[in-house]
Design a protein around this ligand. Structure first.
Ligand code: GUN
Length: 301
C-alpha cells in the first residue's frame, strides 16, 4: 500500500478562508473585530518565526492583531501585569503567550493568569477540565490537537471513530493528552503511550489511528504501523542534513516517513501536514472567542 498524503497546507488554507469570510460577516453585522494578542518573551529564533506567522495570518483574516515582544530578562510580575491588562482589554478576544518561557518565569503561573474566556491556547485548567469532561462546545481546545482532528476526520471521511483503535505516542499537555481526549470524544478506543511504555512497536501495530507526538526524529518505523492505518505526525524536528551541504539542516517528523507511508493508508508529511493547521486553528479559535463574547453562535471547524 502507498499512502495518500494528507495536505495540511491546503486544509489550513480552507480553514483560514472560512475564518476570513465569517470575520467579514461578523464585522459587517455587529462591528466586532476579533482581536488577538500574542506575547513573546526572549529571542528564541523558532518562537520568533511562529509569532511572526501568527501575527501575519491574523491580519490576513481581518483581525485586530497585537504582538508584545518582551526582553529575555522581563520579570514575572511585569508579564503578569501585561496579561492582566489584556484580560481587561475589550478589543482583545484571544491571548496567547508563546512557550517556552525563560527559566526564571513559572510557566504554570502565567498560563493560569490568562482569562479562561480568552485562553485560545486551551491550556487553562478550566479549558483542560472542560475538554476532559466532554464539554467541548464551550471549551477552548489546543490548536495542534484541534488541527490534527480536522485532518483525521477528512482522511477517514467521518466524524465518528466508533470501533477504531487510536494510539497516541506522547503524553504532553500541549498535544498528547488533549488529542487523546478529542479522540475519545469521537468514540475511538484510545491508548496513550510514552517513554515508559513496554513493547511500543507491538502497541502501535494495533492502531487504526496512530498519532506521533514525542519530539523524537523519525522514531516510529514502518514495521510499527498497521497496514491501512492513518498516521498523523505532530513532530517537527530539525536534524543535520550533511547531504545538503556542510552545516545544513532539514525538518523531519517523529515518523520515518517513507517506510511508514508504505504501510499507512494516509499520512501527514513534515513539513506541510499538521504544522500549517496549528496557526489556522488559532485563527478559528480566536474567531470563536469573539463570537462567544458577542453571544453569537460560532462557526464549527
Ligand atoms: N510553543 C509551541 N507550541 C505552542 C502552542 O501551541 N502554544 C503556545 N503558546 N506556545 C507554543
Amino acid at each position: 500500500m502507498s499512502a495518500t498524503v494528507i495536505d495540511g497546507k491546503s486544509v489550513a488554507a480552507q480553514v483560514v478562508e472560512q475564518v476570513t469570510s465569517h470575520t467579514t460577516k461578523l464585522i459587517s453585522e455587529t462591528g466586532i473585530v476579533p482581536g488577538i494578542a500574542v506575547v513573546i518573551v526572549g529571542e528564541d529564533p523558532a518562537s520568533q518565526v511562529y509569532v511572526r506567522s501568527k501575527g501575519k495570518r491574523a491580519v490576513e483574516c481581518g483581525f485586530h492583531s497585537v504582538t508584545h515582544k518582551l526582553a529575555e530578562d522581563t520579570d514575572e510580575n511585569t508579564l503578569l501585569n501585561l496579561i492582566n491588562e489584556l484580560n481587561n482589554d475589550e478589543v482583545i478576544h484571544g491571548i496567547l503567550v508563546q512557550l517556552p518561557l525563560p527559566d526564571h518565569i513559572e510557566e504554570g503561573k502565567i498560563i493560569q493568569a490568562v482569562s479562561p474566556d480568552k485562553d485560545v491556547d486551551g491550556f487553562h485548567f478550566i479549558n483542560v477540565g472542560k475538554l476532559g469532561t466532554g464539554e467541548i462546545a464551550t471549551a477552548f481546545v489546543p490548536c495542534t490537537p484541534a488541527g490534527s482532528m480536522v485532518l483525521l476526520k477528512q482522511a477517514l471521511g467521518k466524524q465518528d471513530f466508533s470501533g477504531l483503535n487510536a494510539v497516541v505516542v506522547g503524553r504532553s499537555n500541549i498535544v498528547g493528552k488533549p488529542i487523546a481526549n478529542l479522540l475519545l470524544a469521537a468514540n475511538a478506543t484510545v491508548t496513550i503511550a510514552h517513554s515508559r511504555t513496554k513493547d511500543l512497536p507491538e502497541l502501535t501495530k494495533t492502531a487504526d489511528i496512530l498519532i506521533a507526538a514525542v519530539g523524537r526524529p523519525e522514531m516510529i518505523k514502518g514495521n510499527w504501523v498497521k497496514p491501512g492505518a492513518v498516521v498523523i505526525d505532530v513532530g517537527i524536528n530539525r536534524i543535520d542534513a550533511p547531504e545538503k551541504g556542510e552545516g545544513k539542516t532539514r525538518l523531519v517528523g517523529d515518523v520515518a516517513y517513507d517506510e511508514c507511508a508504505e504501510a499507512a493508508s494516509a499520512i501527514t508529511p513534515v513539513p506541510g501536514g499538521v504544522g500549517p493547521m496549528t496557526i489556522a486553528m488559532l485563527m478559528a479559535t480566536t474567531l470563536i472567542a469573539a463570537c462567544r463574547k458577542a453571544g453569537i453562535e460560532p462557526p464549527t471547524f
